[in-house]
Ligand binder design. Structure first.
Ligand code: PGA
Length: 260
C-alpha cells in the first residue's frame, strides 16, 4: 500500500522562532501518530541542516526546494545534489512554477535537474502546472507532454520510475481557489495514460500529488478513487496548529478508506 505523502513547502518563509516552534510541535504531535501518511518538510535552505538534526530519529523527512545542476565548483550561491545527499535529504522539488516564473527555469533546465536528482538516488518531485491562459486555450496537456518528453529524451523512460509528479495549476497556487477533483482526476489520468503507453510498470510506480490552495476545509474533496497520492502544501503549512489538524484529518480519512 502506498502511503499518502504530505509535503509542507515553506517557500521563502519562517525564521528560527517559527522553525523551533513548528518542529517541536510536529515531532510531539504528529511524528508517532502516522501509519497511513508520510510527512516531509521543505524549508528554506539556510535552515535545512539545522532542522535535519532535530528530525534524525523521527519519521518526518526533508525535501529540498531546489538544487543546482552542477555537482561542485565555482557556482556562487548554489547547492549541489551531493550536498543534499550528504546530509540525508529525501526529496527535491524541480519545476515549481515559482522557479519557472521568477528564475526563468526552462523545461530543459528542469529536466536536467530531474535527471540529476534521480541519478543520485534522491526522489525528484516534478511540478507541472498550467496558467489560467494556458487552461483557457486548452494547452495544459500539450505543455505537460512537452516537459515529460524532454526528460525522457535526455535520459530514458526508466528515469521516471519511482518518482513523483505534482499537479499544481498555477492559477490555484496561493490563490485560495483550488482545482476541483474532476479537473485533477482528468489531468492525472491523462499523464498516467501517456506514461503507461510508454511503460506500464513505470506509470504504476509514480506518485501523483496535488498542490494549489489545499487547506483543512477542502481536503475531504480530494480522496476519491485513490487518484491523488499526496499533497504539496504551501500557505496552509505555515500555520502550525491548522497544519497539524490537516495532517491528522488526512490520516483519519486514509485509515477509514483503507478499512472500507
Ligand atoms: P499553496 O502552494 O498551497 O499556497 O497554494 C502550493 C505550492 O506552491 O506548492
Amino acid at each position: 500500500m502506498k502511503k499518502f505523502l504530505i509535503i509542507a513547502n515553506w517557500k521563502l518563509n519562517g525564521n528560527l522562532k517559527f522553525i523551533n516552534k513548528n518542529i517541536n510541535l510536529m515531532t510531539k504531535k504528529i511524528d508517532n501518530s502516522l501509519s497511513f501518511c508520510n510527512l516531509s518538510i521543505a524549508p528554506p535552505y539556510v535552515y535545512i541542516n539545522y532542522i535535519n538534526n532535530f528530525l534524525k530519529n523521527t519519521s518526518i523527512s526533508l525535501t529540498a526546494q531546489n538544487v543546482d545542476i552542477h555537482l561542485q565548483g565555482s557556482f556562487t550561491g548554489e547547492t549541489s545534489i551531493k550536498m543534499l545527499k550528504d546530509i540525508g535529504i529525501k526529496y527535491v522539488i524541480t519545476g515549481h512554477s515559482e522557479r519557472r516564473l521568477f528564475h526563468n527555469e526552462s523545461n530543459n533546465l528542469v529536466s536536467q535537474k530531474f535527471i540529476l536528482i534521480k541519478n543520485n538516488g534522491l526522489i525528484p518531485i516534478l511540478c507541472l502546472g498550467e496558467t489560467e491562459e494556458q487552461k483557457k486555450y486548452n494547452q495544459t496537456e500539450k505543455i505537460f507532454i512537452q516537459q515529460i518528453n524532454n526528460i525522457i529524451k535526455n535520459s530514458n523512460i526508466n528515469i521516471l520510475n519511482k518518482t513523483i509528479i505534482a499537479y499544481e495549476p498555477v492559477w490555484a497556487i496561493g490563490s485560495g481557489k483550488n482545482a476541483n477533483f474532476s479537473e485533477i482526476q482528468k489531468i492525472i489520468l491523462f499523464i498516467k495514460k501517456y506514461i503507461s503507453s510508454l511503460n506500464k510498470q513505470v506509470a504504476k510506480n509514480i506518485y501523483f500529488l496535488y498542490g494549489g490552495s489545499v487547506n483543512y476545509s477542502n481536503i475531504n474533496t480530494f480522496f476519491k478513487k485513490n487518484i491523488i497520492n499526496g499533497f504539496l502544501i504551501g500557505k496552509a503549512s505555515l500555520e502550525i496548529e491548522n497544519f497539524i489538524a490537516l495532517v491528522k484529518k488526512t490520516e483519519k480519512i486514509i485509515s477509514l478508506l483503507n478499512r472500507s
